[in-house]
Design a protein around this ligand. Structure first.
Ligand SMILES: Cc1cc2nc3c(=O)[nH]c(=O)nc-3n(C[C@H](O)[C@H](O)[C@H](O)COP(=O)(O)O)c2cc1C
Length: 189
């Protein structure tokens, strides 16, 4: 029987959602059975139990230095069960769009959360984010303005090219797929 992985994520503007979908594809190609749950859109009473899964991946976007509330709640809720599973954690963040920032992003937004919640992931990584200033963006006006200010700062500090009217996707899909492949190996081992 194939092993099972649950991907439980919280995404405000869709970046972590698309990352979760890509990870799912990779895991399925590796012969794993995958279920994805959008923790923000699903009432907490309807979140799936993690008991049937061999591996669990929890993902969150970062907004004003913080996780989406629900994936953090999900980690807390199941912290007693994770030692019996393979646990992976990932985030999508504007700051982690620069490869040199990823270690700091992992420390600030994954290691600190693991410490706070009291869980230890077998694998974790920080992925870049999306700065979507296009007409079709899911961001509200205030969020767009805040992100534009942050983007201005980042483009100066890190010499990033940011289109202030378009969709800027700074996710590294090779990094994401390689994370998923490593997680598949862990679950299958
Ligand atoms: C209002 C706002 C605040 C943000 N704050 C941060 C931040 O503090 N640090 C960071 O690295 N990225 C920040 N970002 C960028 C997001 O992390 C990035 O867009 C990410 O891809 C969002 O993931 P999601 O679409 O799954 O929510 C912010 C974005 C917005 C719109």
């Amino acid at each position: 029987m194939s092993k099972k992985v649950l991907i439980a994520y919280g995404s405000r503007y869709g970046s972590t959602e698309e990352i979760s979908q890509e990870i799912a594809k990779v895991l399925e190609n590796q012969g794993l059975e995958v279920q994805i749950v959008d923790l923000k859109k699903t009432k907490s009473k309807d979140w799936p139990p993690i008991e049937p899964f061999d591996g669990v991946l929890v993902g969150s976007g970062i907004r004003i230095m913080k996780w989406v509330r629900e994936p953090q709640e999900f980690l807390s809720k199941h912290k007693g069960e994770f030692p019996k599973k393979k646990l992976g954690i990932f985030i999508s963040s504007g700051f982690a769009s620069i490869p040199g920032n990823r270690e700091k992003a992992k420390q600030d937004w994954i290691e600190k959360v693991m410490e706070k919640v009291g869980v230890k992931a077998d694998l974790y990584d920080a992925f870049g984010g999306v700065f979507d200033f296009s007409q079709s963006s899911r961001m509200g006006g205030l969020d767009k303005r805040m992100l534009k200010m942050a983007a201005k700062g980042m483009s100066k500090e890190f010499d990033m090219k940011i289109d202030e009217k378009g969709r800027n996707d700074f996710r590294d899909w090779n990094q994401i797929r390689s994370f998923a492949e490593k997680f598949a190996k862990l679950v299958k081992s």
